[in-house]
Design a protein around this ligand. Sequence first.
Ligand SMILES: [Zn+2]
Length: 141
Amino acid sequence: MTEQLVLDMPPRPPRLSDEELADIVAASREAIEFLGWTQHEFKDINGVCSIGAVLYSQDIDEEQCGNDYRVQMVAVALARALDILPHDPEECSRYGCSCVVNTITTWNDTQTTITSVLDAFAKAEKILRAGFDPDKGYRDE
Ligand SMILES: [Zn+2]
């Protein structure tokens, strides 16, 4: 799967199905597994942070981080899985906002092990593929 870490995708409309978003979450998780995990930087000698994982798995320019809909949508998915969503994403934009990207950056930088980070990506992917949080047993519409 490592050859798919950098996806050479054509420009997409800023709408992703849950399955498409789940694939990006999975690729980002694989980027952390493959490159390692870090804090306070998108990428350094130790690896990538949670947001850097999205940037590097999707070949997104670091400058576009806060604005890119894929970064925002992954951040929303992670924040939902972690129950730390700062507010309804639609309050700032249709897909997400830099607030939730900052929430995930702060969360990343307060984790103590790579395991909790990988677990959050896995949980977010599971929720996206199921359409609801299986741990909560109801549909989050
Ligand atoms: Zn916001």
